[in-house]
Design a protein around this ligand. Structure first.
Ligand code: BGC
Length: 268
């Protein structure tokens, strides 16, 4: 069976038992990184390759850099790509932290044409969540799990019994009169020069709002700050279990690869 293009529903079930290799590309606001991924284990088969995101990050310029990443690995085969926006059937629908010219772009089509390989694009937080549910902190977990990535923005991926509800965009809920990502994203700590404690209180406030809405059983925190969890998790007073992501910065690449349009054999 072929993996479908929509990330929603049972992408984990559809790809369970999948073997083979796909290239994962993670597009971020500052950097773009890629590596071939072993789909059965989630391990990277080569050291990942990172280049700067072109500025301005217009669709064609970003697509050219994707071509460069593909050539670096002399890759010919299926590719999964993350993008920090709502993606519906490969088409970009929002642009909170990216160039607005992406809105309406058929990212699947553009990247397939530019790289010459079959490409499927999904939201960056959804990709990280898929990887964590398959190989990381959410493995084998049932109930309601939410992955929250804290970076320049806030990304969210919601799973109910391992089934993804795609494009949740809960980083944009209103928190004390502001877009939540303006209060609790990781870069707020840096730009406002907050202590870990002061910033963690903002994050706790945000997670309290998420708990009020969804009563998750498990909250997985991703993004670079998850690697410093010893500095700030102690200030969180949530009812749900809160854990750092296990795959660190590679979660996006691994989740992207799992979403690549690979032809897989259903497990027997
Ligand atoms: C975007 C999301 C993205 C998140 C993390 C937000 O600003 O709206 O689509 O997942 O940033 O990159």
């Amino acid at each position: 069976m072929a993996v479908e293009e929509e990330p929603g529903g049972d992408v984990l079930a559809r790809t369970a038992g999948m073997t083979g290799v796909a290239l994962g590309i993670d597009i971020g606001g500052t950097g773009m990184k890629a590596a071939p991924v072993d789909l059965a284990t989630g391990s990277l088969l080569h050291k990942r390759y990172r280049v700067l995101t072109p500025q301005p990050a217009k669709p064609k310029a970003v697509a050219e850099v994707c071509r460069e990443l593909v050539s670096h690995f002399a890759w010919q085969g299926p590719i999964g790509v993350t993008f920090p926006a709502v993606i519906k059937r490969g088409v970009v629908r929002t642009a909170a932290n990216v160039d607005s010219r992406w809105i309406g772009t058929d990212a699947d089509g553009l990247l397939t044409e530019t790289t010459g390989c079959p490409v499927a694009v999904l939201n960056d937080a959804d990709a990280a969540g898929i990887a964590e549910m398959r190989f990381g902190a959410g493995t084998g977990r049932s109930g309601t799990t939410i992955m929250v990535t804290l970076g320049t923005g806030i990304g969210t991926a919601l799973f109910v019994d391992s089934v993804l509800v795609p494009n949740t965009e809960l980083g944009h809920i209103e928190l004390r009169g502001k877009d939540a990502e303006e209060r609790a994203a990781a870069n707020v700590r840096e730009t406002q020069d907050l202590s870990w404690k002061a910033w963690a209180e903002h994050v706790d406030d945000y997670l309290a709002a998420i708990e009020a809405l969804l009563s998750p059983d498990l909250i997985i925190i991703g993004g670079g700050v998850s690697e410093d969890s010893d500095k700030w998790f102690k200030y969180l007073v949530r009812e749900a279990e809160v854990v750092p992501a296990a795959l660190g910065n590679n979660a996006g690449i691994v989740g992207a690869a799992l979403f690549a349009p690979v032809t897989v054999t259903a497990p027997t």
